[in-house]
Design a protein. Structure first.
Length: 297
């Protein structure tokens, strides 16, 4: 049995690690904020005081951090984990990163004799908790096969999409759809309210129609109650649109709608919505409209 490590116990990582722990795999964990590790430690995982120390003790290391800058700092920064991982061990990065960054990490890992796989996930807080994520995987077939038991515990399946960076690439495509769809729905809802329809009437009318993606129904209670406790924090949606934009630039592909959406999420981020769920983009637009409604000529 492999000895497993998990670094990054935020909304997603804490739940993924808990599923590994509950399945009985020997698990060592690290997180910047120690208290976020408490539930999985109480379930039996071992907290290790530094990423470097953890790396030296495991065969497979999962990371679920916020963004590429942080992943790079953990892997290659001062006392980064790459130089402490055993030769032939495997690093599986589940963080949503851009494909060229994942390829860069794969190259860095190889230089330390470590294997690498990008395996970002589709699915949010509840699927993470219920072990229903879908892993989008880029890497070598043998490494993917070695991880299958762990993917099965944390997810409903995996999709091996190609070599290093392929999982990250598909994740860019998925989240570009997600961010644009949420924003456009928010705009529609906002216009509907400006026309005098109640929010409930709009949601009752729009959600069953084929023009609204299924995930929006899962956001209904947030939109109704104006309680945007994060499942997927808005700041990471903005980050993903930024990474999609970088990726498009690298592949000489125009993304006009996505670049506009990215900047609207940036405005919302700067206006206090960073830590809220990304569906709060509706609240941001709605408050902007409400403020305007109060302005007299
Ligand atoms: N939430 C979702 O629905 C969802 C779905 C699919 C993919 N994702 C992706 O999954 C990744 C994690 O998302 P999340 O929702 O779990 O985010 P999160 O709750 O904000 O967790 C982020 C993790 O990164 C750590 N971190 C952030 N900045 C750090 C820094 N400067 N130094 C050290 N540690 C740092 C946090 O540590 P602390 O605990 O100390 O803050 C935490 O462990 C992101 O790439 C996101 O895009 C999220």
């Amino acid at each position: 049995m492999h000895s497993l490590g998990f670094i990054g116990l935020g909304i997603m990582g804490s739940r993924m690690a808990m599923n590994l722990q509950n399945a009985g795999f020997p698990l060592r964990v690290y997180n910047r904020t120690r208290e976020h590790a408490q539930p999985v430690v109480e379930a039996g995982a071992t907290f290790v005081d530094s990423p470097a120390e953890l790396a030296s003790q495991v065969d497979i290391l999962f990371t679920m951090l916020s963004e590429p800058r942080v992943v790079e700092q953990f892997a290659l920064g001062e006392d980064g984990f790459l130089k402490h991982l055993k030769k032939g061990s495997l690093w599986v990065d589940c963080t949503t990163c851009n494909p060229s960054f994942s390829q860069h990490m794969a190259t860095a890992a190889t230089s330390y004799g470590v294997r690498f796989m990008d395996a970002p996930v589709a699915g949010s807080k509840v699927p993470a908790e219920n072990g229903q994520l879908l892993f989008l995987v880029g890497g070598d077939a043998q490494d993917v096969a070695n991880c299958e038991p762990y993917f099965k515990v944390m997810g409903r399946g995996f999709n091996h999409l190609g070599g290093h960076g392929a999982g990250a690439g598909m994740k860019m495509v998925v989240n570009l759809l997600l961010g644009n769809a949420m924003l456009v729905f928010a705009e529609a809802l906002n216009l509907g309210e400006a026309l005098g329809f109640s929010r409930q009437k709009l949601l009752d009318t729009l959600l069953p129609t084929p023009v609204v993606p299924a995930f929006v129904t899962g956001k209904r209670h947030k939109l109704e109650q104006e309680n945007y406790d994060p499942e997927f924090p808005l700041q990471w949606m903005q980050k993903d649109l930024q990474l999609a934009s970088v990726t498009a630039y690298e592949h000489d592909t125009p993304l006009p709608a996505t670049n506009t959406a990215k900047e609207i999420f940036q405005l919302a981020k700067q206006n206090g919505f960073a830590q809220q769920d990304f569906s709060a983009i509706f609240q941001f637009l709605n408050e902007t409209r409400s403020n305007q409604a109060g302005v007299k000529d």
